[in-house]
Structures are given as C-alpha cells and as structure tokens.
Ligand binder design. Structure first.
Ligand code: LLP
Length: 439
C-alpha cells in the first residue's frame, strides 16, 4: 500500500514501536483510559502551525485571529492565547469561551451575519477589538446600542468581493448571491447614510470568501478588490485603517497540493501590504485540522452481499464532515500492519440509522477485525465543534497530548447527563412504569 500514514503530521502523530502514537503517547493507552470515540489533539503540532503562520505573516505586520468555530475547546484556546494570537468569534457563546480561556478582549473580533442586540451589547461591554458588520441593518443596530451606552463603536464593514473561491458550495461565502457581507455597489450608494450614524466609526473593511481554498488566485483577486475599495472609501473621507482578510486557507486532506503559509504571505505582499493598513487574518482550519484525529474502535466487520463494512463506534454525530460535505478523511489502523498484510476494500460507517452515516466508501485498508482501533485523520477542525447528540449518543471527549503528558480536556458528556437537560412539564406528568402510549 502507499504510505498509510502520510496525511498525519510527524510532529503530532507517528507510527512507531508497533502502533500509532500521539507525540509520546500510544493511542491505545488513551483509548483504554478514556474509551472511544475520542478526539485527540497534539499540542506540539498546534504550536508548530501557529508559529509557522506567525513566521510567515508576522514580518508583514499581520495580526492573527483564530476562527474558533473550527475548534473551541478551552485548552486549545488557552494554547492559542499563550502563543499570542487572538480569536475570531461568531456568537456570544464563542465570546464567552474565548474570554474564559484567557484571550484578551482587544485581540477578539466579532464576525457573523446575524448578531443579536444582546450579543452586540455584550461585545461593546467586553471591549472587543472590532465588530465586523455585515449589513446596513446591523450597522444601524450597532449605532443604536452604542448610542444608548454613550459610546462610539469601532466597526469594520464586511464587504462581499464577489469572487468564486472554487471550493465546496456549502462553504463558499464571497459570491454576490451568498448571504454574507455588503456588496461594493450598495456601499457606494449608502455613503451619506453611513456617515450620518454618530455612534459607529467605520475603521476598516473585512472579508472572507470561503473555506478550504487551495490556490492563491481567489485570494489575490479578493484582496486586491478590497484594498482598492478601502482606498476609494478613504478618498471619500472614511478613517479606514484596518483590513481584515478573513480565513479560508486550505489544507490537504487527500492528495491536494498544499496552499502554504508562504503562499499566503506572497498573496498578501502582492496585494494589500504596504498600502497603509493594519492587516489581520482569521484562519481556522489551517491551524488545527491536522493537529487532531478522531480515534474510534471497530465494532463489527460486516461482510454482506460482496461488501465489507467496517462498522465503527464513531458516527456522523461525532464527525459530520463526510456526511455533510462529502469530505475525505484518511482513516488508518492504529496497530501498524505488517508490510505484506492482506488488504480489503471497506465501506467505513458509523452505527447511526442513516445511509449518510458513512465516513468513506470503497477504501482499501489492511484487513481489520472487531476491536481494532482506527484513527480518522485531519479531524482537528470542524470536528468536535460540529458534533451533536443525534441518536442519543454521548458527546465524544477530547484529549490533548503534549509530549509524554496528556489530559482529558473535555470529558464525555454521557446520556444520563443529557437527559437532565430536558424537562417534562407537570401537565404531561412523569411517565408511569408499565403505562402504554395508547392508553
Ligand atoms: N472567518 C469567517 C468570517 C468565517 O466564516 C470562517 C469560516 C473563517 C474565518 C475560518 O475559515 P477557515 O480558515 O477555517 O477556512 N464547517 C466547514 C467549514 C465552514 C467554514 C465557515 N466559515 C467544514 O467543515 O469544512
């Protein structure tokens, strides 16, 4: 077989001494202690990615705000804060998580197309660096709320540069027909209206055209358009000093060529650098995706109708990306197979009652047996944060490994605890043992 483990970054996950390790810790030890399915993150790989990004864009004066929708675990956020980067948030909940993890409010920007009045008020009270406003309706609301507090809010307008990011339709955001941002012509038309709002100060423009973008071209076009627009607005008297370039930097999941942080720095240098703006970016996936795996155990190997199903104890509720976006994730055995081990073509599935609960179709792997552990690779981004309790399943725990140390950084949220989240009103009454529904 090709190199089975090639998608795993050696700093984080490496096969050695018979089995795959997370840094210095054998994955079987984590499975034995915490159970499966479990997310496992490598602190060394997280730090390596953050440092590589800072080394590439730091010299250009670019500030980094981690898009924490990709991974919002408190320990991951605390690590990011310790590495000196801030956060990009999209809800009051994410604000609470970022601040609880020790992020400084002045390093937090608030994006998102539908912020509520309560969220805007909380952001102003907390003293966040900037609110990225996505519509004139929202701008008026920020003005009103800031006015009631006797304040002037610093905002960036998220513009829609109308660029095709050439990525999956569900994660593209920078085309005119997306719900995101304000298009350039509307911005020109509403000039006087914006200037008439006394409690907002438009200090910048923001953009984000989509996620998992693998080539420089869409960024070059979008950054160029946003910089030109910002300069035009400056000529019209706006005190624009900031450009927030968004995130979207793709990473290889399968055989894609890398869009490296050096490529990103080149795109910034070629378009927006040196034009008198304070620059920032909002990467999510590219910092965390390959620093995490989802560790699962094989429940059954089911041979039926000429098909071989590997039924795992992880499911689409734990990692929804394959079901939702047809996303590819490499799946590898934890026990290193012998070089000439026989291989089998598997459909790799979870136990949920939907055909979409499929991690991979027709995937050739060394033969596996019930009880064997597998690692679903590149699961550190949009894995745990998109998980749910569908089919009354526990929420998978998260483990952070750092050298030979490791810790559970989110415990498994068991169903007994979830039952406590619900309440049965008096007038329904508690279910009586033995009572049948039809009575
Ligand atoms: N900034 C804004 C305003 C965003 O909407 C996003 C992602 C980011 C930054 C970070 O993008 P990244 O660097 O991670 O590509 N759940 C999907 C991805 C959705 C991305 C949504 N917005 C997935 O699993 O592929």
């Amino acid at each position: 077989m090709d190199d089975l483990y090639r998608r795993l970054p050696p700093t984080g996950f490496a096969p050695r001494a018979g089995e795959l390790h997370a840094e210095g810790v054998p994955l079987s030890a984590i499975a034995a202690a915490v159970g499966t399915p479990v997310y496992v993150y490598s602190a060394a790989r997280l730090r390596e990615r953050v440092r590589a990004l800072k080394a590439a864009v730091g010299p250009l004066g670019v500030a980094v705000h981690f898009a924490m929708k990709s991974n919002a675990n408190q320990a991951v956020l605390a690590l990011m804060a310790a590495e000196g980067i801030g956060a990009d948030i999209v809800s009051g909940g994410e604000m609470a998580r970022a601040l609880a993890a020790g992020m400084a409010p002045r390093h937090v920007v608030f994006s998102g197309v539908g912020k509520t009045a309560a969220e805007i008020a909380a952001a102003l009270d907390a003293g966040l660096h900037q609110i990225n406003v996505e519509s004139f309706e929202e701008l008026r609301l920020v003005d009103e709320i800031a006015g009631a507090k006797g304040r002037v809010a610093d905002v960036a307008l998220r513009v829609n540069p109308d660029v095709d990011a050439e990525t999956h339709a569900k994660i593209t955001t920078g085309k005119k027909d997306n719900k995101f941002g304000i298009d350039a012509s509307t911005l020109g038309r509403l000039d006087n209206e914006v200037k008439a709002l006394p409690h907002v100060r438009v200090v910048g423009l923001a953009m984000h055209i989509g996620s998992q973008i693998m080539t420089p071209a869409p960024f070059l076009t979008a950054y160029g358009r946003v910089a030109a627009l910002a300069e035009e607005l400056r000529r019209k008297g706006y005190p624009l000093t900031r450009l927030d370039l968004g995130g979207g930097f793709g990473i290889p999941y399968e055989n894609e060529l890398e869009f490296s942080f050096a490529d990103l720095a080149d795109a910034i240098r070629a378009t927006v650098h040196g034009r008198g703006f304070d620059l920032s970016i909002e990467p999510g996936r590219s910092l965390v995706a390959d620093a995490g795996i989802l560790l699962a155990r094989t429940i059954f190997v089911k041979d039926a109708g000429g098909m071989h199903f590997l039924v795992l104890d992880a499911a689409m509720n734990d990692l929804v990306r394959p079901a939702m976006y047809e996303a590819h994730h490499d799946i590898v055995p934890v026990r290193i197979p012998a070089p000439a081990a026989p291989t089998v073509e598997y459909d790799i599935v979870g136990p949920i009652c939907e055909s979409s609960d499929t991690f991979a179709k027709r995937r050739r792997l060394p033969a596996l047996a019930a009880g064997d552990l597998v690692a679903i690779a590149t699961a550190g981004a949009y894995g745990a944060t998109m998980s749910s309790t569908y089919n009354a399943r526990p929420l998978a725990p998260e483990v952070l490994v750092d050298g030979t140390r490791w810790a559970t950084v989110r415990r498994r949220v068991e169903v007994a605890e979830q039952i406590g989240w619900d309440q049965v009103p008096d007038w329904i009454g508690p279910a009586k043992p033995g009572q049948r529904a039809a009575e």
